[in-house]
Design a protein around this ligand. Structure first.
Ligand code: TYD
Ligand code: MG
Length: 475
């Protein structure tokens, strides 16, 4: 017999626990469990399945056109979505508060509306006046979109029933909506899930696309977008820190396109501006000839992106040395340090190590190993890396440098940005397959990380040999 028993739901990952605990067993987050009333699950066809309607099974062949798309007119957003918003689909846009979710969606909504489609923007967070002020600032006041401030799901659903030709509905944000049938407060897992499910159901049956904005909060006071990920067709995350002007929109799930595709934006006083050439932007503040800096030829989705990896070593003040990493995996850094020590005889362990991916980008590729190693070795030997050189390649535990995907695309990007040399895994782009267009690029193919370290060590010896000579100080 189902009695109304209390249950505790993690507001970060949605895991359900029978009793309160300080730490969620599902996602290890602290203080995220909140008591919620049990699921009002309808008594469905539980026992036996008699009386069901017969479904037909079909073959895999047959004509199915690719989904039509509503282009948003913002090329970087369209790229991440896989060519535009798919009608009758649900998209979740997550990100920290203040990162620019409302801004980009207002910009996109205005463009779709200007193209003649019916667009509705429901703001649960800001009053009409505030949204109008933002639109004014963005120069979008003339866009013919429908704006409303509402939080009651019942009202929103009833209003959408009357909107026969709505093509796009933006909900800002899903955490502010509530349904009076549920006891829990707005923003709890139960409310967020129920409201999202209802909006998604309406989108599918009525044929409009729905974009749900969701906050990610570290404190877990509001249900994170993670509990919605499996319900929507596409999940995009807005990354970057507020202190930086760059914003990166990343697809982590996309039923209608590729994941790992990124869109790069710059936050300006007139809203988010697309960055068509992110490499140039990420490298804009780079200062050449500095020890501890190396350029990584990376790949984000289908697009090559060059970024600067910066490393700094400082003598540790005692105790266990610090490892501070921004934009990369700290476990991976420890591994690389160990490989450099064990396979190349370098002594790095006593130092505090700081590693930073410039520009606020987060890199997940193992291909960054070689660039990180180059930055570390450069910092340790106090010799700058060869100027105008890019690095990519994965490093294994025995110090071997392994091949990575899409070497040619990476090299082309480096060439396009005026780089003269590349250090990469051996046997890439060798022989007949090497495209003529890469001819300006000097390639040094290496098989072991020791080959990376050797030139720095040689340069160091050179310097030491020269040192006693009465030479003018180097700049
Ligand atoms: P917003 O879109 O409100 O963020 P979110 O919806 O993700 O919480 O953006 C908030 C920040 O963006 C705010 O700090 C101000 C800044 N901003 C600009 O710099 N330029 C602009 O044109 C706009 C509209 C906002
Ligand atoms: Mg907002």
């Amino acid at each position: 017999m189902a009695k109304d028993r209390a249950r505790f739901v993690c507001q970060s990952c949605g895991a359900v626990h029978p009793k309160w605990m300080g730490k969620c067993e599902g996602c290890s987050a602290w203080n995220t469990l909140v008591e919620e009333a049990a699921d009002p699950r309808p008594a469905g066809p539980s026992r036996g399945a008699a009386g069901g309607r017969r479904i037909s099974f079909v073959g895999l062949s047959g004509t199915s056109a690719p989904p039509a798309r509503i282009p948003t007119g913002i090329a970087e957003l369209d790229r991440v979505l896989g060519g535009g918003i798919v009608p009758a689909s649900a998209v979740l846009v997550g990100g920290d508060p203040g990162i620019g979710k409302s801004t980009i969606l207002l910009q996109a909504a205005a463009r779709v509306a200007a193209a003649g489609k019916r667009v509705l923007y429901v703001s649960g967070e800001e009053a009409i006046e505030q949204v109008r002020l933002r639109a004014q600032r963005l120069g979008l006041s003339d866009a013919p979109l429908g704006l409303a401030a509402a939080t009651a799901l019942r009202d929103i659903a009833a209003s959408l029933e009357d909107e026969k030709d709505a093509a796009l509905v933006v909900i800002d944000s899903i955490q502010t909506l509530w349904l009076d049938a549920l006891d829990s407060a707005p923003g709890t897992v139960a409310q967020v899930r129920t409201c999202a499910a209802e909006l998604i159901r309406m989108a599918k049956t009525r044929g409009f696309a729905v974009v749900l904005i969701g906050h990610v909060t570290k404190e877990g006071t509001l249900a994170g977008p993670r509990v919605l990920e499996h319900m929507v067709d596409a999940t995009l995350y807005f990354e970057g820190d507020r202190g930086h002007q760059f914003r990166i929109l990343r697809a982590v799930k996309n039923r209608f396109g590729a994941t790992d595709e990124i869109g790069v934006f710059e936050m300006t006083e007139r809203g988010l501006v697309e960055v068509a050439n992110p490499s140039a932007l990420f490298l804009a503040e780079r200062r050449g000839n500095i020890a501890g800096s190396a350029v990584f030829a990376g790949l984000e989705g289908t697009r090559p992106v060059l970024v600067e990896v910066q490393a700094l070593l400082a003598p540790s003040a005692g105790g266990s040395p610090r490892r501070q990493v921004v934009g990369w995996d700290s476990g991976r850094l420890s591994m690389l340090l160990a490989v450099l020590e064990a396979r190349c005889g370098m002594t790095l362990g006593m130092n505090d190590v700081y590693l930073n991916i410039a520009g606020g980008l987060r890199i997940n590729e193992p291909a960054a190993d070689l660039a990180v190693a180059a930055a570390l070795v450069s910092a340790a030997t106090d010799r700058p890396t060869e100027s105008e050189c890019v690095y990519f390649g994965e490093i294994g535990l025995s110090g071997e440098v392994r091949q990575v995907a899409q070497a040619e695309a990476r090299l082309r990007e480096a060439q396009k940005l005026g780089f003269a040399a590349a250090v990469l895994p051996r046997r890439v782009a060798r022989g007949a397959g090497r495209p003529a267009a890469l001819d300006g690029l000097r390639l040094s193919e290496i098989g072991h990380v020791a080959d990376l370290v050797a030139p720095f060590a040689a340069a160091g010896r050179e310097k030491r040999k020269k040192a006693p000579a009465p030479e003018p100080a180097e700049a």
